[in-house]
Design a protein around this ligand. Structure first.
Ligand code: SF4
Length: 442
């Protein structure tokens, strides 16, 4: 259980020097108790006080890394129960399951190609889980090595027999795989293996109580790089367990559940499996392991994950600048829009559809759409004229005509005055751009 603000306050220097960013030591203690500050922010805490405050200053959910180099994934280190309270920080890692009874190298090659681009964002499946279904240590080792040879992405090794794990783990220990899993019957040997190879360890109980007990035993053995599995596989039970673990870790600072979590899908039908995985991404799995591996199956899951893990205070935006569509020259049309990602990519798609090489000037509106930005004076004659100047349009374009969205036709006069360019009023909806472009520029 975490310390209260007053208990923490007793260990602070009480000089109210403000260097931590809080107005008083008491305010800092309160922020620390609620997980909204880090003890490192106070440079004057003694070593004795640090030791005493360890449980209060540790994040409610430990940060655990799986994988190595550019493909390492960070799990946990979450502070909120609800996204709107602040944000969620580390997106759920999506792991694709490969069995040692299939052609593991071929499957890993297909897995490695599972990458998607959508609204200017790049989506990837982050992890590959290799499962020992054969029960044969040599076969498992061969599959693990084959997968490691085909992808650099983070790995999970699934074998609950320590002898099988021991056969495969040393070969890929430099890749820092997640060792799955320590259970009530094997945990001492699994901890030994995880420690010897310096890899994170999954802990699997039969239920929440057994999981908590196992964590306490493993921590007592001196290992804390843990990922938790409550053992449930039925959707509503997994959801209840994940929610309970998150709630106890964040609200009560209950240490046995202060680690990232892993969930496995159980549905065989791909659509049902993706829905099940979507539930676990929503609340609150750090890793979801699933069998689906077709792009069209995974795309909705990755899109949902992307939306959930964005900062709710910050709209998704593209860089405000001048973009080329095709290979425009000094006679090509110029369109202007905002830097809200969805708006920009819809406009770009329609301009591309017109088949006339063009430029699109994306104005910095803080990532909000045309009408919202106009209402807030962020998409005005002045901001557009300033963006035109910054993009060097005068030097790049001969005809000195610019197309504004039909919704802000009212800006025409003021923008002509501010920029010295002729302003053409485009269609109200981006879908009208191809027809508009053919009539005006073809
Ligand atoms: S930096 Fe330390 S001593 Fe200074 S106000 Fe903050 S908690 Fe108190």
């Amino acid at each position: 259980m975490g310390l209260t603000g007053l208990e923490i306050f007793k260990h602070l220097p009480k000089t109210n020097c403000k260097e931590c960013g809080s107005p008083t030591c008491l305010a800092f203690a309160m922020a620390l108790a609620s997980g909204k500050a880090s003890l490192d922010a106070c440079p004057y805490v003694s070593e004795e006080a640090k030791a005493a405050l360890d449980s209060a200053s540790a994040p409610p959910i430990k940060l655990v890394k799986v994988g190595a180099g550019d493909h390492a994934v960070e799990l946990g280190d979450e502070t909120e129960l609800f996204r709107h309270d602040k944000r969620f920080f580390h997106p759920t890692s999506i792991a694709v399951l490969i069995s040692d009874t299939e052609d593991a190298a071929a499957s890993a090659e297909l897995f490695d190609a599972l990458e998607f681009d959508r609204v200017g964002l790049h989506y990837v499946t982050d992890m590959v889980a290799v499962q020992c279904a054969s029960g044969d240590a040599a076969k498992f080792k061969a599959a693990v090595e084959a997968v490691a040879g085909k992808t650099q992405k983070a790995m999970i090794l699934i074998a609950e027999d320590p002898a099988v794990m021991e056969a495969a783990l040393p070969a890929v220990k430099d890749r820092n795989p997640l060792v799955y899993a320590a259970n009530a019957g094997n945990y001492e040997k699994m901890v030994e293996l995880a420690k010897a190879n310096n890899c994170p360890l999954a802990v699997k109980g039969k239920d929440l109580n057994e999981t908590a007990e196992l964590v306490e035993k493993i921590v007592a053995l001196g290992y804390k790089e843990l990922v938790l599995d409550s053992g449930a596989r039925e959707t509503s039970k997994v959801l209840a367990d994940l929610t309970q673990m998150r709630r106890l870790a964040v609200r009560k600072k209950y240490r046995p559940f202060g680690y990232p979590t892993i969930a496995f899908t159980s549905k065989e039908n791909a659509q049902e499996e993706i829905l099940q995985a979507g539930v676990y991404v929503s609340k609150y799995a750090s890793i979801v392991v699933l069998k689906a591996r077709e792009k069209q199956q995974l795309l909705p899951l990755l899109a949902w994950r992307q939306n959930l893990f964005t900062d709710p205070q910050k709209p998704i935006a593209v860089e405000p600048k001048l973009y080329d569509v095709g290979e425009p020259d000094e006679n090509s049309p110029v369109y202007v829009t905002t830097n809200f990602s969805l708006t920009y990519f819809i406009v770009e798609g329609e301009v591309e559809g017109s088949r006339i090489p063009s430029r699109i000037l994306s104005v910095d509106t803080g990532g909000v759409s045309v009408l919202t930005a106009y209402a807030d004076n962020k998409f005005s004659a002045e901001t557009i004229a300033a963006a035109m100047k910054k993009a060097g349009l005068d030097e790049k374009v001969k005809h000195r005509q610019i197309v504004i969205p039909g919704h802000v036709a009212v800006l025409k006069g003021a923008l002509e005055e501010a920029s010295g360019w002729e302003v053409l009023v485009g269609p109200r909806e981006a879908s009208g751009i191809p027809k508009f472009a053919k009539e005006r520029f073809a």
